[in-house]
Write a protein that binds this ligand. Sequence first.
Ligand SMILES: Cc1cc2nc3c(=O)[nH]c(=O)nc-3n(C[C@H](O)[C@H](O)[C@H](O)COP(=O)(O)OP(=O)(O)OC[C@H]3O[C@@H](n4cnc5c(N)ncnc54)[C@H](O)[C@@H]3O)c2cc1C
Length: 400
Amino acid sequence: MNPTTVLKTSICILGAGPAGICLGNILLQNGIDCIVIDKYNREEIYARGRAGAIESTTFQLLQKYGLADTIIKNGRIQNSCEFRYPHGSIIFEYSDLSEGDVHYIYPQSDLNDDLIQKYIDAGGKIFLHHEGQKITQTEDGITVECYAQDLDQNVTIQADFVAGCDGYHGLARQSIPEQFVTIYNKEYNYRWLAILAYAPPAANHAIYALHPDGFAAFLLRSSQVSRFYLQIPLHDELKDWSDNRIWENLHKRLAKAGWELPTGTIFEKRIMGLRNYVIEPLRYERLFMAGDAAHIITPMGGKGLNLAVQDAGVLAETLVSYYLEKHDISYLERYSEIRLPYIWRAQEFSYGLLNMLHKSESDNPDDVRFQQKLSEAKLLQLTKPTTFAKNFARNYVGII
Ligand SMILES: Cc1cc2nc3c(=O)[nH]c(=O)nc-3n(C[C@H](O)[C@H](O)[C@H](O)COP(=O)(O)OP(=O)(O)OC[C@H]3O[C@@H](n4cnc5c(N)ncnc54)[C@H](O)[C@@H]3O)c2cc1C
């Protein structure tokens, strides 16, 4: 192995996903020295993109830092969604109830790659195929030891702070001693089959179906690619779900009179465990946590990417204030204080939506039927401008 290289910076950002690369861009614009590292190369990062709905608050944050031009150019606006159930369908025009706010539909892979390019163009330092392996804190600083795969070399990065933006399975979360944090965790006794297909959009908006066989959804991705989800039993495996069975279930659960589901070639199918998870606080001494490293949310309601970018915005402002205000430590406390209420609000909304649209976790058929009727009753409240509908619209479109 080649000899170890030592690098120094103010902020070492672990992970070049939406949280990390957004943070890098904002710090760079504010003249704060930072290094972004990611264990994958650019193509591999691109291939991991998962989300696609950008909330108005996220859009405004990106726009404030000149990072939203490609969303404006290539994204499409979504201002309604549809709920289907066996005896009806509701088109919910949420932007009418939320002072005109909308979603921008733009694939996470493209957004992430645009932000990497902008960071590089602005002179940002990024080291890909560098895997963070150990974080060590002292009174004066924090060190990340990495392995650079292409160079077969160890790299040590010495920094004032580390931003752990390396996702749920990353190094940052595992580097915090258990006694310094509280963990909140919720798992479910069903899972999702997540499908990407080369299929034209089934509608101009997202479709969520509440069905006795289980939840199903269609989400817009682009004019050629559509995302679908199916609720499946916990112990089902991929081999149980042939492409034919997937389309049959999507046809059945998403059915609506006079409507045909456009199909196409399925190019990705994976089973996703569903989980909600929050770590508190979002900081351990010189290590900050942002995005999926700090909280996991089920994809219901499309919050994960948005929370990640919004965390990055507040963390960047926290760190900029710290450096501008002569290293006043009280600024560092603010990040958790500001972000946690929003993180929990998103968790609460996403959890409520998941429960409303999914076949009950209960094994008792009576419970399942009763729950289905309760959910339909709740959905019907979205057909009028009730307080419930207004709050739902604001939470769905992500108004802070
Ligand atoms: C199937 C699916 C669908 C989803 N749909 C939506 C949706 O519709 N809307 C929504 O808002 N969210 C959605 N999400 C969630 C969203 O994709 C995530 O919340 C988002 O990617 C989080 O961004 P992040 O930057 O925190 O983490 P990540 O995107 O996970 O990025 C973390 C980065 O850290 C790197 N890394 C990890 N460990 C190390 C290490 N040791 N050293 C260096 N680098 C490391 C990884 O390579 C990765 O690039 C979905 C997720 C899935 C799985």
